[in-house]
Design a protein around this ligand. Structure first.
Ligand code: SF4
Length: 369
């Protein structure tokens, strides 16, 4: 059993695994989708695509939380940031996401009070220090981060803080997987399931999808060998005709996930239909606050008026998130759109597909179709 991180990056082992994958693929074409921004970045950073045969297509799905947040939500956050009575607390990725007319970074430069945080709990310190202001936490993320938003809200309630609020924009990964499979717009032969999300949800939610759609799902860690081993496993399962779930990340993911985190999440949030950028509304794929906590939802407490949202007409983030296009297909990639002047969220987020292609170079697999 490998224990040290260097072992998960061993080039000789990686080449051996890549050789096995090539043999298993035998010249056949496979579309394998990762639905986790950290996997996307890891695949590019470690140059895995160049090790794989060109017939293995690794498609990046809707695995970046900032990227899937609809333009309307971004616009309403920007409008709220302009209010002198508001402090926006957010993780760094949100700062540069372009809204229809502005971004949080531009609003910050104009004087808006926007705080970058590393943990939602920091919001409570900010709220205590600024009792005359409304402190609004942008609860954008997947199953991994939403439990900490829930814990923060409960803590705010216990401390009697009345100026802490949320924008509840969390999303669930398994409904997005089902949506892509049911839509049949992209052929997906297997899923590389997200390690971080699986730490919370465990293996069961994927099992239902695997059985319903007859597709293999493999939970993978984030090192090069983790991902290669998961790809090999997917090919083996396809060859064996086995739909199901295999957990190749047992050092972090337990079959039952993290029931405690899910309990906190369920105490505060309930599942509801939600809109995703590029995918539209997906049934039961997002979170809203439970009736007893709706007083924390800033959009309900104090709605903001915004004009109709418009995405940049050049941007094809939506298609990239559905796995039907790659950054090279976008006319703006590396020209009008770059990390220093992004036109869409996929170029902003550290987990965005366009940003990963820009930073590490993309080997187009679509061109091999
Ligand atoms: S390169 Fe820029 S404009 Fe094109 S899809 Fe990506 S984020 Fe959008």
């Amino acid at each position: 059993m490998m224990k040290f991180i260097s072992e998960f990056r061993d080039p000789a082992r990686a080449r051996a695994l890549a050789g096995e994958i090539k043999k298993l693929a035998g010249g056949r074409w496979f579309n394998l989708m990762e639905i986790c921004g950290t996997h996307t970045v890891s695949i590019f950073r470690s140059g895995l695509k160049s090790l794989l045969p060109p017939t293995i297509r690794l498609l990046s799905g809707p695995g970046c939380p900032v990227c899937v947040t609809p333009q309307r939500t971004i616009d309403s956050i920007i409008a709220r940031a302009r209010k002198p009575s508001t402090i926006i607390a957010t993780f760094g990725d949100m700062l540069n996401v372009p809204g229809t007319t502005s971004s949080l970074r531009e609003e910050k430069a104009r004087g808006a009070d926007i705080r970058l945080i590393y943990s939602p709990l920091e919001c409570l310190t900010v709220a205590r220090a600024n009792p005359e202001k409304q402190v609004v936490f942008l609860a954008i993320g997947f199953e991994t981060t939403i439990p900490s938003a829930a814990a923060t809200l409960l803590s705010a309630g216990r401390s009697g803080l009345s100026n802490f609020f949320l924008v509840p924009a969390g999303r669930l990964i398994p409904p997005a997987m089902e949506f892509l499979l049911a839509g049949e717009e992209t052929r997906i032969d297997g899923f590389l399931c997200p390690g971080h999300v699986s730490v919370i949800i465990g293996t069961e939610p994927y099992r239902e999808i695997a059985e319903r759609f007859g597709i293999p799902c493999v939970i993978a860690g984030f090192e090069a060998l983790d991902i290669l081993a998961a790809i090999r496993e997917l090919l083996l399962m396809i060859d064996e005709g086995k739909a199901g779930v295999r957990n190749l990340y047992p050092r972090a993911v337990r079959e039952e996930g993290n029931p405690r985190a899910r309990k906190i999440m369920a105490e505060v949030f309930e599942v509801a239909d939600a809109e995703w950028r590029g995918l539209g509304t997906i049934p039961r794929s997002g979170f809203i606050l439970r009736p007893e906590f709706v007083g924390y939802d800033i959009d309900l407490v104090q709605p903001v008026e915004i004009p109709p949202a418009e995405e940049n007409p050049l941007c094809i983030c939506g298609q990239i998130l559905r796995g039907t296009a790659e950054p090279d297909d976008c006319p703006a990639f590396r020209t009008a759109c770059a990390p220093s002047h992004p036109l869409g969220p996929c170029m902003v987020s550290s987990e965005g597909t366009c940003a990963a292609w820009y930073q590490y170079g993309g080997d187009s697999v679509i061109s091999n179709r």
